[in-house]
Design a protein around this ligand. Structure first.
Ligand code: ARG
Length: 582
């Protein structure tokens, strides 16, 4: 079913059209203050300006013309021409039942226009440690995929790993003499391996020329070089697959299409751009110059697609990938999730693809950026010794620390249960901390904050869920059949202010999701869930559930169960699990 906000918006828009003959959006938003009702429309003011009419008068005409009595118990013109609407209790009660009868979708319609969306995320680099930037990309990208899939889109995940480039020359050359080293090697070895190879490359000219010839052999597809390259990629893949598995991110090799895949296409990319007159040689390199991209020195910034030695670049590969995604994967929308430092790269990538006609105006190209992860000292996150933080260590530590929370809350649980809860809570905490900040800001990584049971954290949400589940368990102990009681429920009673507040929050879930999806901002969803959990908490403090009058009890149980369902669903879209007890 449509969200309340969108129904109100279309009804008022219709009324504006009837009254003025103009089609203008009513612009309905949830009210920012209780005294403004539940929703507020402010579209009338713009229309009044356009028609040079008194906005309050016009608003009153619109209200008189809008059919709202089935939904609202109060509609008021306020201030300079706002329309404040308060949803009626009967309407809320009816909605709750409708949502309840739809456990799969919680009354939320799929998108009308279902698209094929490619989401490029995670994308670590082979033979290098995955860093916290890749962690953010993985967590945010996964959440975006889950939301879009829930909206009914066809989502194609693409893990654009960095598995190609001249650096493989030195790695292959270095590996050639040390073939055994990777036998047991995990990526921490591979990274020191990378460092040593780099060192040899920088200091030993014989090795450097070996490395250069190795690149040539790899490019030419020479079997030995390819085999060594493949071993390096596989060693890396084992490392990041372990991170994905622990995170519960569904990425697998199937979603992987690394830079190497596009290698054969690169000459055509450059050639076609040259033929179209979009790329030209400049100081030996092949560059695209685009309008509107000027450096601080006032000179145009080149988008370099081929170096003077003939080598291709990150940009060239991205152009090939973009074409592949549109032509072969049939993407109508491509979303790239990387940190904000790559902003210019993607702006130029998109501009080049549009200019070349590879991405028509109907194709949506988006760069979803995010800020850095900072340590508690406010500087980019590092280990105590100043090294890069290993993601595996970080996640394991989160799980260990979550175990301490579980021990404190519920020491009597059996050890296997505790371990399972610690994992869900620990991983959930890391993800939630990331997703609950506006992604464009930097955020401070603090185990203490993210694992706190107070505030906008995963453990708080998971605890709220577990607490509701325990109500259902206690009901059962007392011989109250919750499911049967709710199946029979045909009229929800909402009387207490906290019941009403909770009911209002519950029916707004679809709106929150719509907002989060519209701006690709997972933090809108976490804010909603946090507010919902707080509404529940007040409700539970003031309204007895199991000890309520028999005629009130089913309605209150419904509020409980719907809250639990909404929390579980919302956390699910964030990629975070729930636990039945903690
Ligand atoms: N491997 C790159 C990095 O670590 C990220 C790739 C993002 N995706 C893309 N199509 N460029 O910075």
């Amino acid at each position: 079913m449509q969200t309340v906000r969108s129904i109100l918006e279309s009804r008022i828009s219709d009324a504006i059209r009837r009254v003025t003959g103009l089609s203008a959006p009513a612009m309905v938003q949830p009210a920012t203050e209780v005294r403004f009702g539940d929703y507020q429309a402010n579209g009338v003011m713009a229309v009044a300006r356009q028609l040079r009419k008194d906005p309050r008068r016009l608003a009153a005409d619109v209200v008189a013309n809008a059919r709202l009595d089935d939904m609202c118990q109060q509609v008021e013109v306020a201030g300079p021409g706002f329309i404040n609407m308060t949803i009626s209790v009967g309407f809320l009660a009816e909605r709750l039942l409708q949502i309840w009868s739809d456990p799969e979708r919680l009354g939320i319609d799929p998108a009308q226009d279902r698209q094929t969306v490619v989401v490029d995320f995670s994308s670590p680099n082979v033979a290098k440690q995955m860093h916290v930037g890749h962690l953010r990309s993985t967590i945010i990208g996964d959440c975006i995929c889950r939301m879009l899939e829930f909206a009914g889109h066809k989502v194609i995940r693409q893990n654009h790993i960095g598995d190609w480039g001249t650096q493989f020359g030195m790695l292959i050359a270095f590996l050639q003499n040390r073939v055994d080293q990777l036998e047991t090697g995990d990526l921490s070895d591979l990274e020191s391996f990378y460092r040593k190879a780099q060192e040899a490359f920088d200091t030993d000219s014989t090795f450097a020329s070996q490395a250069r010839s190795a690149v040539v052999r790899l490019q030419a597809g020479e079997p030995e070089a390819v085999a060594l390259w493949r071993r390096i990629v596989e060693a890396s893949r084992r490392h990041y697959q372990a991170v994905y598995d622990l995170l519960g991110v569904g990425l697998t090799e199937v979603d992987e299409r690394g830079e190497s895949f596009y290698n054969p296409m690169l000459p055509h990319i450059v050639q076609e751009l040259k033929e179209k007159g979009i790329a030209a040689e400049s100081e030996g390199a092949v560059c695209v110059f685009l309008d509107g991209f000027m450096g601080k020195d006032g000179k145009p910034i080149p988008f370099i697609i081929q170096k003077s030695d003939g080598g291709y670049l990150y940009a060239t590969t991205d152009l090939a990938a973009l074409r592949f995604r549109i032509d072969r994967l049939r993407a109508q929308r491509i979303i790239y999730v990387t940190d904000a430092r790559q902003k210019l790269h993607f702006q130029m990538l998109f501009a080049t693809a549009r200019k070349a006609g590879w991405a028509g105006p109907e194709i949506v190209l988006e760069h979803v950026t995010f800020g850095s992860v900072l340590g508690e000292d406010g500087r980019p996150l590092k280990t105590r010794s100043g090294g890069n933080v290993k993601l595996m260590d970080l996640l394991t530590e989160a799980i260990d620390k979550a175990m301490a929370v579980v021990e404190q809350k519920n020491p009597g649980l059996d050890p296997a249960k505790k371990a399972e809860i610690a994992r869900t809570v620990g991983i959930g905490a890391v993800k939630y901390a990331d997703l609950s900040t506006n992604r464009t800001s930097d955020y401070q990584f603090s185990f203490q904050k993210m694992l706190s049971l107070e505030g906008n954290t995963a453990p708080y949400m998971q605890y709220a869920y577990a607490r509701i589940r325990s109500i259902a368990r206690r009901a059962q102990d007392r011989g109250i059949d919750v499911q049967a009681g709710l199946a029979d429920l045909d009229r929800v009673i909402l009387a207490m202010p906290d019941e009403l507040r909770l009911a209002r929050s519950l029916v707004r879930y679809g709106e929150a999701l719509e907002g989060a999806m519209g701006d690709l901002m997972p933090n809108y969803l976490t804010s909603y869930l946090y507010e919902l959990a707080q509404c529940f908490s007040s409700f539970y403090n003031t309204c007895p559930v199991l000890d309520a009058d028999v005629d009130l009890r089913p309605s209150r149980l419904l509020l409980c169960e719907l809250t639990a369902r909404t929390i579980r669903h919302g956390l699910g879209l964030l990629g975070i699990g729930v636990v039945e007890q903690m």
